[in-house]
Each structure stands twice: as C-alpha cells, then as structure tokens.
Write a protein that binds this ligand. Structure first.
Ligand SMILES: NC(=O)c1ccc[n+]([C@@H]2O[C@H](COP(=O)([O-])OP(=O)(O)OC[C@H]3O[C@@H](n4cnc5c(N)ncnc54)[C@H](O)[C@@H]3O)[C@@H](O)[C@H]2O)c1
Length: 410
C-alpha cells in the first residue's frame, strides 16, 4: 500500500503537528502539498517535507483550483476559516480531516454536516482527546459494564493560568468576534468526551461564566502596558510574558507561536512589538476565564463540567456508575468496584507518545489513515455526527450563559 498523499491547509502549529506524523510513519502518510500564505512558514515547511514550487500554494483557494493533488486534506487554519476550505475540499473529493471547532456558528456547523454526509469520502474532526490512552481506557471500562450503569459524570478542564494568558488573553482565541466562545474554542473537546461517556444525546443545558480577572480594573499599581517595559510588578506577576517566553526553558510551543526568531533578541522584539508582550490586564480580550455547565442527557445521565483559568494541572474526570466509580486525572486512573469492594489502579501515565494530547494527536492520525485505507468510516470515532452533537452543546451552553436560562436541545 502506498502512503496516503496529504495536503496540509495552514502550516501553523497544528498543521505542522499532523504533518510530522509522516516523518515517523512514512509508510502510512506522505505530505505532497501545502497551502500557507505566510511565506516564511511556507518555505520552511516546503524544506522540511521536500516540496517543490508546484506543491506549494499561498492559500487554500489556490490549492483547491487544482483537483486531486492528494488523497486527504488536513485543514488546520484558524477557527473562523474552517468552513469554506472544508466545503471546497469535500467538493473536490478529498477525505477531510478538519481541526476543531468545525465552525463558529450553529448554522455553519449544520451546513458542513450536510455537505459531509452527502460526500462518499471520510470526514473527521480532530477531537484528539478521544484518542489519548487515558480516555480510551475510561471508555473501555464504561463499555465493559464494570461500573454498571453510568449515572453521573464530573469533569474539570484546568486551562492552566499560563495557557490562559497565552491563548485566551493575549493570543488568537482572546476575542469572541475573531474566534468563537471559549466553551466552543477550548471546551468542545470536553463536551465531546462527556457526550461520548454518557452515550446519549444531550437534552438540557445550563451554564454560568464570566471574564472576572483579566480586566483593566484588576491591573496592579505600577503595571505597565508591556511586561518588558519597566513594569514595577513584573517579578511577582504569575502572568508575566518574560517568565513565560524568556525565562522558561521552552523552545517549542508556546514560545514558537510568538516569533519565528527564537533567539533572545527575536523573542524580546516580539515582546516589545507583538500581542504576546502585552500586560494581561491591558489586552483587548473578552472571552470568559471561568465557566461551569450542567447537563442532562436523554438517558437521564447527568453531568457537570468546570473550565477554569485559575489552575495548574491536568484534566480530571470522575464517572459514577451503579456498580463502581472511575477517577482519572491524566496521571493515574483508579477503579472502585462496589461489587467486590476493591479499588485498583487501572491506568498510569506512560511515556508520552511522540506527539501531544496524551498521545491523542498521533493516534488520531493513525486511525484516520486506517479508516481511509480500509474504506471504513466506523474506524474513525470522532465522526461528523458525534462532533455536531458536542458543538451544538457548546452553542446551547453559551446561549444559557448569556441569557441565564436552561436551554433545551431538540
Ligand atoms: N485539536 C486540538 O487539540 C487543537 C489544539 C490547538 C488548536 N486547535 C485548532 O487548530 C486550528 C489551528 O490552530 P493553530 O494554533 O495551528 O493556528 P496557527 O495560526 O498556528 O495556524 C493557522 C495557519 O493557517 C494559515 N492560513 C491563514 N490563511 C490561510 C489560507 N487562506 N490558506 C491556507 N492557510 C492559511 C496561517 O497563516 C497559519 O499559519 C484552530 O482552529 C485551533 O482552534 C486544535
């Protein structure tokens, strides 16, 4: 079997992550083209994957003027640029792997769903957490019946204080108008997991949440507009851009996002001039920094979800069943079996796979390619149907938060 020929749309952080699978698995995947407007990124990507000028395009529009450059298109552009290239890729006849969120409005999600259903090619969403060994184990235990009937789910997404500052206060997802509500942008993965574990469509949702902390009125006395420009409180500020981008021993994400020049001088320039040098209290962010969601599913499973910036650690999940309970936190998972009163460790973190999200990035790629090769869409579990459900849950949660009401999903 020849490797699956792949075109990458958007050679940013995620586009590079998925493309890198071809390096460790050249027998399964070959990158044959890229569309990326940023010339420096396009050139370095071309060099990395030995692409010639005919295989490089300055936009998805140009790439899709030509039919059949590849077998699959991986679309990893920013949130508000998912629908148009995905529809175009479906039309050409590519198998499509689309980054989450599928779209930033309910209407666009439904349009994409309809187009994907009419295509005879595979369409999948990058809900990478489903593919982490941690959550695969959790689902396996639930499906085995060991904990009886699932009754309640409790799930925490700790955004982490520094990640919040990087992505949702200074970065690409800080403004609703330019990306999407935080509950969709950050937590559609989590709602997807909860829906998967509940194994039933969601019936009712209520949600509360606010942007409480990262606002000008909380700026400490003596703070400047940029952490690098004589801020009197920089040393004690946990959100300092200098701490995140200059002092931490990071050469990869998130430092790689702020500049292509990772030298000290290059990073300092980015902090003087770019968005990532701004004081977290004086940015133009407007997405929430904490949100809770309550859910009732059609099978009467109930679930609660908390997303908070003010955290430092991994996701934590508790599945409560009639015959047992599973508790997992990405480090360790325990199973209490009520039948025999035994409590066992059933999963422990093993060495991270070569890619992130608990190995989910690489397993998702493997599974998508397998589904294409074997022409069997059931092999890829983060299907368009499952993804539509979790996205509709996110829109309902946002409606509930904004209008202070319980939203019924029909
Ligand atoms: N699955 C996950 O866990 C996960 C994690 C992080 C981000 N994401 C999602 O992945 C997507 C990409 O995020 P990112 O961090 O890689 O963003 P990014 O900004 O690093 O990359 C997006 C790239 O798209 C390029 N682009 C812009 N216009 C284009 C066009 N017309 N044609 C082709 N390319 C174009 C940009 O120049 C940029 O390089 C976002 O939607 C984000 O929400 C998913």
């Amino acid at each position: 079997m020849n490797p699956i020929r792949t075109i990458i749309i958007g050679a940013g952080s995620r586009g590079n992550t998925y493309a890198s699978y071809s390096k460790s698995h050249p027998d399964e995947m070959q990158v044959v083209a890229v569309a990326e407007p940023h010339s420096e990124r396009r050139h370095s990507f071309a060099k990395e994957y030995n692409l010639n000028a005919e295989q490089c395009f300055s936009s998805w529009g140009n790439a899709f003027k030509q039919a059949s450059l590849a077998d699959i298109a991986i679309i990893a552009t920013q949130d508000q640029m998912h629908v148009a290239p995905a529809l175009a890729a479906i039309k050409i006849g590519y198998h499509v792997l689309l980054e989450k969120p599928m779209a930033t409005t309910k209407k666009d999600c439904k349009t994409l769903f309809t187009a994907a259903k009419q295509s005879d090619k595979l369409f999948g969403l990058c809900h990478v957490l489903r593919y982490s060994s941690h959550y695969q184990k959790m689902k396996e235990i639930i499906d085995s019946g060991l904990i009886g009937e699932v009754i309640t789910i409790e799930h925490l997404e700790p955004v982490n204080y520094w990640h919040m500052a990087h992505s949702y206060v200074r970065g690409n997802w800080r403004r609703l108008e330019e990306s999407s509500p935080m509950i969709l942008a950050k937590s559609c993965h989590d709602l997807d997991l909860i829906r998967w574990f509940a194994d039933s469509p969601c019936k009712n949702i209520s949600s509360f949440g606010y942007l409480t902390h990262f606002k000008e009125n909380n700026a400490p006395d003596g703070s400047s507009h940029r952490c690098i420009s004589d801020c009197a409180v920089e040393k004690e500020c946990p959100y300092s851009a200098l701490k995140l981008y200059m002092n931490m021993n990071l050469t990869d994400w998130p430092v790689s996002v702020i500049t292509n020049d990772l030298s000290k001088k290059g990073r300092e320039k980015a902090l003087w001039e770019g968005p990532y040098g701004r004081c977290v209290y004086k940015s133009d962010n407007n997405v929430v920094d904490h949100q809770v969601v309550s859910m009732e599913f059609q099978n009467k499973v109930t679930a609660s979800f908390t997303m908070s910036a003010f955290t430092d650690g991994h996701r934590r999940t508790r599945i409560m069943g009639t015959m047992g309970e599973i508790i997992g936190n990405f480090e360790i998972m325990t199973l209490s079996n009520f039948r025999n009163q035994k409590k066992d460790v059933v999963w422990e973190k093993y060495e991270m796979d070569e890619m992130n999200h608990g190995g989910g990035d690489s397993r998702l790629m493997k599974q998508f390619l397998k589904a294409v090769i074997e022409n069997d869409s059931t092999l890829f579990i983060s299907s368009i149907e499952a993804s539509l459900d979790s996205h509709l849950m996110a829109f309902a949660a946002e409606e509930s938060r904004l209008e202070t009401k319980v939203v019924e999903l029909t």
